[in-house]
Design a protein around this ligand. Structure first.
Ligand code: XMP
Length: 531
């Protein structure tokens, strides 16, 4: 599957207590890493066939083997690298990881019948530190655990040295252990919320078995990251593109802390940002020790988009022009040796082709293509952080809360929210309506109840009567969604009187808009954006 990749030099401090997660392709692998990090333990995901010398160099304090879609019985399916067994550290095999453990250590696996998918219960028949703090319910002889199963293969015979910890009728060996070597296998998924006590199991594995203290915190991260950045950027200046989003803001604040005025941030004003955005970014960074350069490219973007109705063509033109404008601005600066990018861990995992839930949002697609255009060395100090960790880092660096909690905003900006061709007038109309909607959400305290909210300008006119005049003007749609991962979403249940107030304000305060509608479609089938 995944060929081993060389270790990249990271600008991230590597804590002593780190956990290695070997990925066998499960859609949940990224979740394992998130849960482990939520427990204050630093974890990295690497391919299931990572080379032995890399595993040894990583020197983990514990290894977790993920699940995976393949069958361990298939020819050519991945095996656990031998180096994992000679590390002398605790192992936890989950699903595929458990089956591979059983097979490689001299046990046996078989096709389960029936296959087990979904919620199940297992009975814990044997005490183990892995199941510490999982109590027996009144009336039961043994503790029972609600778990999430997703497998067609099961362990049939234990490897030598192992015993059964838990099971049920269809999976008699649902958990196994060799307590002496601290090797564990569980058939179910502790990382998903459908295994309610899954976090307790992971915590037991890390704290009770691997004796890891759990000291991975952003306050500790800052000092180490700054030190490493100063080592990497020992001379010359660093260029960074600010976008108004969380990642680029945190990146800039971290770099400013590390190298101060040797930072050259550029903000390209595409004219497609929300109302007040450029001023807001200026204000946020006003007290920082660098000069923020704002490049006014509004006309160039409007020209490039003139007459273009196809959303993908809009995206292509915006992406290309962004790179041109940014590269031109960069070339007028002297002494630049580095380009900083706000790549975060989900981007790294995704582009490395590792398993894990596919991420839709490309936080820095705007500057994608720049490293090829500009002869600068890349600096990516956030590349091992999850989004929630980037936010925690932003707080640690003193960025304002409203910036840290920002909702996502698409890189192509308002161009994909003006349906059809984009003009200065249409962007102006949309911006005002959008501002009113967001203001009302904020003042009514509803902003945090939506994951993303915005207005869309439709290429449709409808009749309105304003004063005594008949008007025939465009319609605005409001969209507000609730989602965890932006892959699926449902419409926020905003009260009708709230929506009516927003509609009232928009039609009264924005001349040129006739009507306001609310989009109640879920994703799927509709996407969050209209284009
Ligand atoms: P969809 O519309 O696909 O959007 O349901 C999912 C999430 O991705 C954001 N989005 C984009 N972000 N460039 C971006 O940086 C884009 O071209 C883009 N298109 C959609 C969208 O706002 C939502 O959060």
């Amino acid at each position: 599957m995944n060929p081993p990749r060389p270790i990249r030099p990271e600008v991230v401090p590597a804590p002593d207590e780190r956990v290695l997660i070997l990925d066998y392709g499960s859609q949940y692998t990224q979740l394992i890493a998130r849960r482990v990090r939520e427990l204050g333990v630093y974890a990295e995901i690497h391919p299931g066939d990572w080379a032995g010398e890399q595993i040894n160099a990583f020197a983990p304090r514990a290894v977790i083997l993920s699940g995976g879609p393949a069958s361990v019985l298939e020819a050519g399916s991945l095996r656990i690298p031998e180096a994992v067994f000679t590390l002398g550290v605790p192992l936890l095999g989950i699903c595929y990881g458990m089956q591979a453990l059983a097979l490689q250590l001299g046990g046996a696996v078989e096709e389960g019948s029936p296959r087990e998918y979904g919620s199940a219960e297992v009975e814990i028949g044997s005490a183990s530190p892995l199941f510490d703090a999982i109590a027996v319910k009144p009336g039961d002889d043994f503790p029972r655990l609600s778990v999430w199963m997703s497998h067609g293969i099961r362990v049939k015979a234990l490897p030598p040295g192992f015993r059964i910890l838990a099971g049920n009728a269809s999976t008699p060996i649902a958990a196994m252990s060799d307590e002496r070597r601290m090797w564990y296998g569980i058939q179910f998924h502790p990382e998903v919320r459908h295994t309610p006590l899954g976090v307790v199991i992971l915590k037991n594995f890390l704290e009770k078995i691997a004796k890891i203290k759990g000291q991975w915190r952003m306050d500790r991260f800052v000092d180490g990251a700054c030190e490493r950045l100063r080592e990497q950027v020992h001379t010359g200046r660093v260029l960074v593109a600010l976008s108004g989003g969380v990642d680029s803001a945190v990146l800039t604040a971290l770099l400013a802390r590390a190298i101060g005025d040797r930072l050259s941030p550029i903000l390209v004003d595409t004219g497609l940002l929300r109302q007040g955005e450029v001023a807001g970014i200026r204000e946020t960074f006003a007290s920082f020790p660098f000069e923020l350069r704002v490049v006014d490219a509004q006309e160039r973007f409007l020209d490039a988009l003139s007459g273009v109705a196809d959303p993908e063509e809009k995206r292509r033109r915006i992406g290309r022009l962004f790179i041109d404008v940014f590269a031109e601005a960069a070339q007028t600066l002297t002494g630049i040796r580095y380009l900083a990018q706000g790549t975060i861990y989900p981007d790294v995992i995704e582009s490395a082709g590792l398993g894990g839930a596919a991420q839709v949002i490309k936080s820095h697609h705007n500057v994608g293509g720049l490293p090829e255009r500009l002869p600068f060395e890349l600096v990516e100090p956030l590349r091992l952080l999850f989004k929630d960790e980037v936010r925690a880092l932003g707080r640690e660096l003193g960025l304002p809360e409203h910036l840290i909690r920002r909702q996502p905003f698409p890189g192509p900006g308002l161009a994909v929210r003006v349906l059809g061709p984009v003009t200065a007038e249409s962007v102006h109309l949309l911006r005002q309506a959008d501002r009113i909607f967001l203001d009302e959400l904020e003042t009514s305290g509803r902003e945090s109840a939506t994951s993303q909210a915005f207005a869309v300008l439709l290429p449709v006119c409808s009749v309105a009567v304003k004063g005594d005049q008949r008007a025939y003007e465009p319609v605005v749609a409001l969209r507000a969604v609730v989602t965890d991962d932006f892959m699926t979403a449902h419409a926020a249940e905003l009260p009708v009187d709230f929506l009516a107030r927003v509609a009232n304000r928009i039609t009264n305060e924005v001349p040129g808009l006739s009507r306001v509608v609310y989009d109640i479609t879920g994703k799927p089938p509709a996407t969050i954006e209209w284009e």
